[in-house]
Write a protein that binds this ligand. Sequence first.
Ligand SMILES: Cc1ncc(COP(=O)(O)O)c(C=O)c1O
Length: 556
Amino acid sequence: MADSEALPSLAGDPVAVEALLRAVFGVVVDEAIQKGTSVSQKVCEWKEPEELKQLLDLELRSQGESQKQILERCRAVIRYSVKTGHPRFFNQLFSGLDPHALAGRIITESLNTSQYTYEIAPVFVLMEEEVLRKLRALVGWSSGDGIFCPGGSISNMYAVNLARYQRYPDCKQRGLRTLPPLALFTSKEVGKRHRPNPGLLILISSQLSRDLPGLLPALPTSSKASLPPGGCASFQSRSVTTPSRRELRFWDLAPTVSEWSRLMREGKWSPRIWRGRLVWPRLRLTFHFFETFILDSGAVPFLVSATSGTTVLGAFDPLEAIADVCQRHGLWLHVDAAWGGSVLLSQTHRHLLDGIQRADSVAWNPHKLLAAGLQCSALLLQDTSNLLKRCHGSQASYLFQQDKFYDVALDTGDKVVQCGRRVDCLKLWLMWKAQGDQGLERRIDQAFVLARYLVEEMKKREGFELVMEPEFVNVCFWFVPPSLRGKQESPDYHERLSKVAPVLKERMVKEGSMMIGYQPHGTRGNFFRVVVANSALTCADMDFLLNELERLGQDL
Ligand SMILES: Cc1ncc(COP(=O)(O)O)c(C=O)c1O
């Protein structure tokens, strides 16, 4: 028989609860926030996995531990975690620490509710609606819909689902296998963010607006033949790479269908001949590609996903040009502005997203450039026909009863495929209240200024080679160590240069002095990508970064 006594726990002892939480908050404020954002402290405390396991003593045992031990555990968790709020953390598209957003996160965690019904989240349902309205207004829409999603990839995936559902509103009843193969267009850099979605042919290009007209007829016969009905084929091998989107315009390059066919017949359609600074004949723009593709392969193009702020280079697709193509061919235009969306707050730089108001859907992650905290990702829609709910809803009768005593339209949970949904609006709302549009705009503008400062300082120093002039706050460059300077002509230069970033990364992480991401990209070997996003950054941090790379790489 169950014991009628309450189980031994802190819950029945308010004094102990308060003591524990005050102590934990003290540790958080001292260790994670003050030390975690101080340049006099390390950004990370690297340990090999086996040693870290020992230090953390991860095993879960039958006996509980004392509060003193628990506090030590909290300290250890913070000590060995990476401090993403630290001014020397340039590694990710999120960084920095906004105290108001953090306050919002703490309240969210403390209230521990789910965003799905007004019944259990009245404040957050109304708040989410208002925050989404504000984001939509910045996109340029006076009406529409939207939802906070668990991350930009899910926001993108929802856009794909919605576009498919809009084209085939009976697809839920008929089943995906009854649909023709569907084709989605996106740029190479972000293609993987659409991969999880089943039932799609994904055409990936490196310069979407330019490649779009050419990609469809370029699809090889073998891929066409193997397309399953409503099935999935990822099509990457025919991606086209060029040095910089500003060097070429898509109407200069788009071949006609017959010219593509000829190139393929002659075996000239291979990535090799597209790499580098090749001279590509100027060919006439054709708008017949969609029709041709449908006729030829049976695949139906239905969505173009343009990117505002690509992950590595920070490039912005020209949305007006892409919107023209989508409009002409009746395609859903999704803009993945997960990274670049926050630029809409800046009067100076929002022109980078000109045309975004013509999109059907937009993904925007305030947890990245606005530092709202993970996770905060909005999917915004122009639609006013309740498409989200019609597409994703399952009308669970235990949650979304239609005979409730309040307006059931406030139960937003049926707009998503999730059931329980985190509250992601409060941290953004609280930060926005504290900063106002103007405070947030200043942050964005400051990030651009500092990225420019970094670039100009790099140009003054030997040993820094820019990958390209940045459009955004991603600064991509190679550090050329002393032994490779002036050796650009040697045959193994690029191979040796490619090995530099991993070595420097290891050194900086092991010293805990800073963190910068690196990656290869297309035909380019490993280069660093500094993300200048933390609103606490100053020119001194940029100088530190350059000096530190020189120090770490002086013997290479
Ligand atoms: C352009 C772009 N889209 C989507 C995403 C995915 O966002 P999330 O990490 O929130 O899923 C990222 C992440 O870096 C991104 O850079």
